[in-house]
Design a protein around this ligand. Structure first.
Ligand SMILES: *Cc1c(COP(=O)(O)O)cnc(C)c1O
Length: 391
């Protein structure tokens, strides 16, 4: 097997698909230092609200570390639940205006454990083709009949719903924001179709929670459809502090059943208390005032308008993800490398992560970016863009 793996790894490298990791030697924030000593501005973290290194979250984590210890050494139902875990679940339910919430070690686990406890071979799951890998895996673990529709394509969704009418229950599952383009799922239309064809609606808000909607309440706020989405999954690893942890929030019977039957919940350790209480603090901050959400939206608007002014080709976006289209794979890698030399850290994506011929640079904006950070990034984009004949 060793030889086989060596050959496989070599072919991954030769195909230009080998993933290298850059080592950061500072906290995760807008200005970071990498191991080579270079100081760069980070535009590729999911740190949408700048909470990854927020003093109030750190203080809450330290306090809990002293008061509640380091680890739980247990799954939730044996002896792994503290008051901090319950407080976080309540905070999440309140934030999304749902009845109850269940925590997981990650959103990958939340999605992995969502479908199998609720649906059987009598039922149907109808999934957007650009849904996250964890949804795809979660669907695979469940015996329900699978239907797939092209990204945000409502005609195809309707066709799937019609085909699935003989099944007992139908569940539509979609990402709230799609991570490569930054587009939002058309929740108004999805909900209308779900009502027409009697289906449940589940949304993974990993990239949308904390980001879209005036106060960051996600797609329910953006489309003013609170109460019409049955199930929301999300992560604590992006906007809400970026540490670790995932959740599912929804109707109380759904959450109760997941606590009884969801395998990643039943057979995997609790999140550390310090992460739970820093999470509570994150939701408290976002509840109290709207400064971070406003700052993020202001930064997105500013960056987009300046980049469009400079004639960059930007995918329509309604989130904090800005896809700068370059189309050519090699160009996307060269562009990202030259931006790094200019002190701007972004990632170039190409096939198979995005469709062939749709290579791009993905910029992720944050409330942690200052106007100066944005101006520096825009200036670097323009400089490299002109040098490489993109603009
Ligand atoms: C990031 C992401 C996840 C995984 O979240 P983790 O908590 O890091 O496991 C799941 N779904 C979507 C849509 C994501 O973007």
């Amino acid at each position: 097997m060793q030889e086989h793996l060596q050959n496989e790894l070599k072919s991954i490298q030769e195909a230009g698909l080998y993933k290298d990791e850059r080592i950061i030697v500072t906290p995760q924030m807008a200005e970071i230092k990498v191991k080579s000593g270079q100081e760069v501005l980070n535009f590729c973290a999911n740190n949408y609200l700048g909470l990854s290194n927020h003093p109030e979250l750190i203080a809450a984590a330290k306090k809990t570390l002293d008061e509640r210890g380091y680890g739980m050494s247990s799954v939730r139902f044996i002896c792994g639940t503290q008051d901090t875990h319950k407080e976080l679940e309540e905070a999440i339910s309140k934030f999304f205006k749902m009845e109850d919430t269940i925590l997981y070690a990650s959103c990958f686990d939340a999605n992995g454990g969502l479908f199998e406890p609720l649906l059987t071979d009598e039922d149907a799951i109808i999934s957007d083709s650009l849904n996250h890998a964890s949804i795809i895996d979660g669907v695979r673990l469940c015996k329900a009949k699978r239907y797939r529709y092209a990204n945000a394509n409502m005609e195809e969704l309707e066709k799937c719903l019609i085909e699935a009418q003989d099944q007992r229950f139908r569940m539509i599952i979609t990402d709230g924001v799609f991570s490569m383009d930054g587009n939002v799922a058309p929740m108004d239309k999805i909900i209308a179709l779900a009502e027409k064809y009697d289906a449940l609606v589940a949304v993974d808000e990993s990239h949308s929670a904390g980001v879209v909607g005036r106060t960051g309440r996600g797609v329910s706020e953006l489309y003013n459809c609170f109460g019409k989405i049955d199930i929301i999954t999300g992560t604590l690893g992006k906007a809400f502090g970026g540490a670790i942890g995932g959740f599912t929030t929804g109707k109380k019977e759904v959450i109760e059943m997941l606590r009884q039957r969801s395998r990643p919940y039943l057979f995997s350790n609790s999140i550390p208390p310090l992460v739970a209480s820093a999470g509570v603090k994150a939701f408290e901050l976002l509840d109290k005032e709207n400064t971070l959400q406003d700052k993020l939206h202001e930064n997105v608007d500013y960056f987009l308008s300046k980049m469009q002014e400079a004639k960059f080709d930007i995918k329509p976006t309604e989130s904090a993800i800005c896809a700068v289209m370059l189309y050519d794979a090699k160009l996307s890698q060269q562009f990202a490398a030259e931006l790094l030399e200019e002190g701007i850290y972004v990632t170039g994506f190409y096939f198979p992560v995005v469709p062939r011929g749709e290579a791009r640079i993905r910029v992720q904006l944050s409330a942690g970016h200052s106007r100066e950070h944005l101006d520096k990034a825009i200036a670097a984009f323009i400089k490299v863009g002109k040098r490489l004949n993109v603009i």
